[in-house]
Design a protein around this ligand. Structure first.
Ligand SMILES: [Zn+2]
Length: 570
């Protein structure tokens, strides 16, 4: 699969110079209840911008380096020093894809050249690579020279200085790469002259640490590693302890004070929409405690609930206006993520909606208390999307961590050559899984009484699909009820829904259930969790119904399928 995507990317790129994405994250093996801190480690993955929408597939992210957190804590210069060593190794490699290029057989020998173009990660990872102060510092933003934190007295010194609560992006003064390099050089020059306390103060004013072992201090790397090629990740900005978490929490606290509304009402309503998981586990007593994927299920339902039942509530006017504005931002981000070539029109609209939202949020809630650095970081997303005409986020790499976490259990935290052996091993597994990905198959299949295999999940050509998820094809929405392998072909049993109308809520559509179908999916676009459905009929008992329908539909399906290159079989 990697080869196929590489051929496609290289054939579409006349310059034959692809753009490398470097993703960095810290993983904690074990689980939430029992984290295995001894085996915590940082992993660097790479992929290519040109893979575009295929980047949602974990198989296209290659782990290239790892270091245990315990070892990193003894390295002078920390994460920036380790990243510098990685960049150096990529340049010193012979042949180097960053310098001379390397021959790859795709299938004819072809010269592959690449440039480091995107550094993706959560805020601590981006901060660590460049050894900057990050959101805790007086200058919390890598991209702006005049943005200071909310509590800084600096903001009173000059009107040019703005805090993170400012929503007008025209007032931001952009940093240049040279500014960041020059600041590091200035710190180096002053380090021999200043006391430690004075140097600390200067570091805070510069927004970065004096780190002679780090990337910013290495002049030879300046042509290859540029700090402003970093990208904040929209998943962490919005969904993982992010802007949506915060606003959902604030809205739930407001609802708690609503006369006549108790937590049971809300939980019953939300649960009536949820078919894939037990909402009651993460929404209780007006409190949400869940992960990003669960928040993505809750958010559209809550948004719809507010529109339908509380839209005329005068006591919540500002809160509802802010929530609606956030809903519009989320809806557009979802649309942008599904677009292979994002246009300037998309990102201009996104910038407008984000500004509107932050303005309404500040009217609804106390800005000094509730506006967070992630609100400011989010305003940089449009320009970051413009750079590659594509939105990258960390959902796929978070899924990819499962491979690392599963494998690391077999390694002693004290093993010598841990990092080298580990990264070789995960690449071997990756290679084998990449081959497997080429062939659609059922995951954990079971033999059913009719003599064929069924499963709750299946791996298709580029994506996996599971019971309860929604597939869009031929203008229809289809809820997957089961996966099967019949005559060596992977099929899905789906409930089909035809589109009826748009709804006032931007995340909602009205669909009517039409039939049960068997689906042979060569390719399909999958949307998870972000769409509401008006399900006019109750769900039927899955496996019993599945077995009986299969028997009944086998004879009538072929003629109906004849008109479709994409077989939807009623
Ligand atoms: Zn900024």
């Amino acid at each position: 699969m990697f080869r196929k995507c590489l051929i496609e990317a290289m054939s579409n790129n006349t310059a034959r110079r692809l753009r490398l994405i470097l993703y960095l994250d810290e993983l904690t093996p074990g689980n939430v209840i029992r984290p295995d801190n001894r085996r915590k480690l940082y992993v660097w993955y790479i992929s290519f911008v040109e893979f575009k929408l295929h980047l949602r597939n974990e198989a296209l992210w290659l782990p290239v380096a790892a270091i245990r957190s315990t070892i990193l804590s003894t390295v002078v210069g920390g994460l920036s020093s380790a990243s510098r060593a990685l960049f150096k190794a990529m340049l010193e490699e012979r042949p180097s894809v960053l310098l001379t290029g390397a021959l790859v057989n795709v299938p004819d020998p072809t010269l592959l050249q690449a440039e480091l173009k995107v550094y993706l990660g959560d805020e601590p990872a981006v901060k660590g690579i460049w050894s900057v102060k990050g959101f805790a510092g007086i200058k919390p933003c890598l991209f702006c020279s005049n943005i200071v934190k909310k509590t800084s007295e600096l903001r009173r010194l000059h009107p040019w200085l703005k805090t993170i609560v400012e929503e007008n992006k025209d007032l931001f003064q952009p940093n240049r790469n040279e500014d960041l390099w020059n600041a590091q050089a200035h710190l180096a020059a002053q380090s021999a002259l200043l006391t430690k306390t004075a140097l600390d103060t200067l570091e805070k004013a510069c927004g970065q640490n004096f780190c002679p072992q780090g990337v910013l201090a290495d002049r030879d790397l300046r042509n290859y590693a540029k700090p402003l090629d970093s990208q904040f990740d929209s998943m962490h900005i919005y969904w993982s302890n992010g802007i949506v978490d915060l606003e959902v929490d604030l809205m739930l606290q407001s609802l708690k004070k609503e006369p006549g509304l108790n937590s049971q009402h809300l939980e019953t309503y939300v649960n009536s929409w949820s078919s894939a998981s037990k909402t009651s586990l993460w929404l209780k007593d007006f409190q949400f405690k869940g992960m990003a994927s669960q928040l993505m299920q809750l958010f559209p339902v809550l948004s719809y609930f507010l529109d339908k039942f509380l839209s005329t509530d005068a006591s919540l006017t500002h809160e509802l206006a802010s929530f609606r504005a956030l809903t519009r931002v989320v809806q557009l981000l979802k649309r942008i993520k599904d677009t292979a070539e994002v246009s300037l029109q998309h990102t201009t609209e996104l910038a407008k909606l984000q500004r509107e939202h932050l303005s309404l949020f500040k009217r609804a809630y106390d800005a000094e208390t509730h506006v967070k650095p992630k609100h400011h970081f989010s305003l940089h997303l449009p320009e970051q999307i413009n750079r590659c005409s594509c939105l990258f986020d960390c959902f796929v790499t978070e899924r990819k961590h499962r491979l690392i976490k599963a494998e690391i259990q077999h390694y002693s935290s004290c093993a010598t050559q841990f990092e080298r052996d580990f990264i070789i091993r995960v690449n071997e597994i990756q290679l084998s899984e990449t081959k497997d990905h080429a062939q659609p198959c059922l995951i954990a299949p079971k033999l059913c009484p009719l003599g064929f295999h069924v499963a709750r999940r299946a791996r298709l050509k580029y994506v996996s699909v599971a019971e309860g998820e929604v597939v869009f094809a031929h203008g229809m929405a289809m809820v997957v009820r089961a996966c099967a392998e019949v005559d060596a072909v992977i099929e899905l049993l789906v409930e089909t829904y035809t589109f009826v109308q748009f709804d006032a809520n931007p995340l909602s559509r009205v669909w009517r259930k039409s039939s049960i179908a068997r689906l042979v999916p060569p390719e399909c676009q999958l949307h998870f969790h972000l769409m509401l459905f008006f399900l006019y009929f109750l769900f039927l008992s899955l496996m019993m119904f599945f077995c009986s329908m299969f028997k009944q539909s086998r004879t009538s399906c072929r003629s109906l399928a004849a008109g479709h290159s994409w077989a939807t079989i009623s």
